[in-house]
Design a protein around this ligand. Structure first.
Ligand code: PGA
Length: 248
């Protein structure tokens, strides 16, 4: 059985004052039955990790470089994230694939770097609306999984997030049947490649997850949690999603 994970992706949102949302969340879940993660922008990673130290809410980055240090202006390494108190990093989010031209090969190299540094890699995949309408969804997801994951990956340090690009920040979500179809196919694809250990990889759904739709999403086949953008910014919203996952 895969561990359950409620992960929040703050994207390019949050100033120092927002740390109170993180501490409020931690206070609501002193002994959660699921894993909880917040990924703030880099400017807040260290401060959030300090504020949450000793709590049950983990902190992660939203990207990392493939190298551990060097002449890469503006980049952050996995080693730096660990040093700042992170346990996780999101890799290959569709916004990074689109805004920064990240390829599957680059994401695979980042996954290697992240896991070598000791982080859990949350690797994102997802189809565009055009790809879904062309009937290419499963082929796109299989191809992204094939290219974005290194052969040598430590399965205990891997989380996959299925995030249909057209569902992110739009309020639209796939039908539960569509989510199940992709998640079941991802489990089968990962099992074919990595063997029985793939059963333990948490498979998150992401894209317009809210407290109001979390229950039904978490009841869906092979959904082990969520990667949440907008609804992770406020403890009052995210706590509803965490509770739904605890009750699933
Ligand atoms: P959303 O974002 O919850 O705001 O749709 C999800 C994500 O991109 O991780």
């Amino acid at each position: 059985m895969a561990r359950k994970l409620a992960a929040g992706n703050w994207k390019m949102n949050g100033l120092k004052a927002s740390l109170t949302e993180a501490t409020a969340l931690a206070e609501m879940f002193p002994a959660p039955s699921v894993d909880i993660l917040l990924c703030p922008p880099f400017t807040l990673v260290g401060a959030m990790a300090d504020a949450l130290s000793g709590s049950k809410v983990a902190v992660g980055g939203q990207d990392c470089h493939t190298n551990s240090s060097g002449a890469h202006t503006g980049d952050i390494s996995a080693e730096m994230l660990v040093d700042a108190g992170c346990g996780y990093v999101i890799l290959g989010h569709s916004e990074r694939r689109a805004d920064h031209g990240e390829t599957d090969a680059l994401i695979s190299a980042k996954t290697v770097a992240a896991i070598e540094a000791g982080l859990v890699a949350v690797v994102c995949v997802g189809e565009t609306l055009e790809q879904r309408e062309a009937g290419e969804t499963l082929a796109v997801i299989r191809s992204q999984l094939a290219g974005s994951l290194p052969d040598s990956v430590d399965l205990a340090k891997l989380v996959i997030a299925y995030e249909p690009v057209w569902a992110i920040g739009t309020g639209k979500i796939p039908t539960l049947e569509q989510i199940a179809e992709v998640h079941d196919d991802m489990r089968a694809t990962l099992s074919d490649r990595f063997g029985g250990g793939a059963a333990d990889i948490p498979l998150l759904y992401g894209g317009s997850v809210k407290p109001t739709n979390a229950d039904e999403i978490f009841a869906t086949s092979n959904v082990d949690g969520a990667l949440v953008g907008g609804a992770s910014l406020k403890a009052a919203d995210f706590s509803g999603i965490v509770t739904a996952l605890e009750n699933a």
